[in-house]
Design a protein around this ligand. Structure first.
Ligand SMILES: C[S@@+](CC[C@H](N)C(=O)[O-])C[C@H]1O[C@@H](n2cnc3c(N)ncnc32)[C@H](O)[C@@H]1O
Length: 250
């Protein structure tokens, strides 16, 4: 059991400033996902503060969520439209919801927040359990690049340098386990704050195998939410996995 197995860790560290931390514009993701929703309902794993879910629900779709952090959910609830989105507090690997969803999604690299290989596999199995026949599971994640690992380990990254705070980030990779630990270390007049963060990264082909083991097949893969072609040079991917369609008599 590691510190990073705790589904609430992220929110305790980051919820307070999450929406002000320069996250990507959700509009392209919302357009993409709305096009796959097939009328809903739609399930977001690790819904967070609703960066994507709130504008998706504003399109008239029923959106439900799973989230490990009460602090993140509190932020979601405070947003216009956020209070009406049902959220189950729990681990995204367990997908503890009822129903059949034409669309489920897990974006912003959050599959990698599951730092245990078995829990990543469980996540796919549990999503497959709640997808409607032919339903889509969309994953957005970065493509790991060993050159980044070297750079991250060698070079501390300065995050803030103001009159009140100096902070930087350090990384340590375990290349065999495909995990990394990142520490953000902040110094203020009142003391030092550690904000640990961990991930287990996967290459796209490894994610495809987890999906296949759960009975989901890769239907489409793009480099971004604008459906740019995915190539060997792509740094990110948006992958659409599909459940088997309903059996129909010939
Ligand atoms: C980078 S944020 C993404 C939030 C939201 N999906 C978005 O795109 O803005 C990662 C989210 O995953 C949640 N999280 C991390 N590990 C989790 C776990 N094991 N189970 C459930 N939620 C988890 C965090 O609390 C946080 O809300």
């Amino acid at each position: 059991m590691s510190l990073f197995d705790d589904p609430g860790l992220f929110g305790r560290q980051w919820a307070a400033g999450y929406d002000e931390s320069g996250n990507p514009d959700p509009a392209p993701a919302v357009d993409f996902l709305a096009g796959l929703a097939d009328g809903g309902p739609v399930l977001e794993l690790a819904i967070g503060t609703g960066r994507v879910a709130v504008p998706l629900a504003a399109r008239g779709l029923r959106v439900e969520g799973v989230e490990g952090s009460p602090e993140m959910v509190q932020k979601l609830r405070a947003k216009p439209g956020g209070a009406g989105i049902p959220v189950v507090l729990g681990d995204l690997a367990d997908v503890a919801v009822q129903g059949r969803f034409p669309l489920a999604y897990l974006v912003f690299n959050t599959l990698f927040n599951l730092v245990d290989a078995d829990r990543q596999a469980a996540c796919f199995r549990n999503v497959a359990r709640v997808l409607a026949p032919g339903g889509a599971f969309v994953i957005e994640a970065f493509v790991p690049n060993p050159a980044d690992f070297e750079r991250d380990e060698r070079h501390p990254q300065v995050r803030t340098l103001t009159e009140d705070e100096a902070s930087f980030r350090l990384h340590r990779y375990d290349r065999a386990a495909q995990t990394f630990v990142r520490q953000r270390i902040g110094f203020t007049a009142t003391g030092v704050r550690l904000q640990p963060f961990g991930m287990r990264y996967l290459w796209p082909g490894q994610i495809d195998r987890l999906a296949a083991a759960a009975g989901l097949r890769l239907a489409d893969r793009y480099a971004d939410w604008h459906r740019s072609p995915f190539t060997a040079a792509s740094t990110d991917h948006v992958s659409v996995y599909r459940a088997a369609p309903a059996f129909t008599q010939p």
